[in-house]
Design a protein around this ligand. Sequence first.
Ligand SMILES: [Zn+2]
Length: 284
Amino acid sequence: MPLNPEKAFENSIGPGILWLVHPSIAENLAMYKFREFLPVPVLDSIGSILKEEGIIDGVTRLPMRYYTAHETTSAGERYAYSLPPEDVCPNGYCSRNYSELLNKMANSQKVREMRIAWKADVVMFVHPFFDVINQAAGQAYQPKYMGDRNNKHLAYAVAGWGYNLFADQYYSMHELFHLIGLGHSVHNTSQPGTNTARAFIGKYTDNDREKTVYGVRSFMAYNDVCKVTARVNNCIRFDHFSSNKRYVELDNGEKLRLGSSHDNNSQTAVNFIREVSNYSKILR
Ligand SMILES: [Zn+2]
């Protein structure tokens, strides 16, 4: 909890995050190490993507970004990293079933109090293990309709750390983007995107001798779904949101549009990011 909630940062430059750190990660890493391994690189990479999308804060005219909720103290800034409260992980045990965990977070009185105290718009749980029950490396709620006041109750995500000592940034980034409404490709049968909140999957033929066909996907599209849809062995990820205005350069010298009017996660981000950035102001 912040030492002085009065000093907690209130801003709408983008979604402010409260990070819940699984006890076994916290045990193995000092908090400053955690920050360096995960939030800093993840938020930097998210910032670069949002900058490329040209999503600008109306007041400062600067690119919008995600940031870690924090307060200013005489010793500097204190960040909103915390062990999960008891009503999320009873006796320090956190479910490895991400759906169950999300549900607990969304219903936790303690998490609600922490969100209010830190003025955090969204909450991200960092898990050391993947969810083998649901075969997931992350999971998040996704707001579907703009301006619905209940959207603030969808501000929860969980992501796996990854296989390595260094955290895999992709899972956390992917889940944090779901929180501003972004969706998967229409070819994801288990979780198809709604409206235009959809990632893009396409393909192209290289001009090598074998005329190799490569899959192409935007940031939110699954690699395995891309491979199956495009019937290819390799699918290249472009770290942009799908958009009818985004063109990417391919190795065969041609340009490909990384989206359409239906596959337009970029527009979805524009639609939702300001609303999400203001969740903490309407929490009670
Ligand atoms: Zn996803």
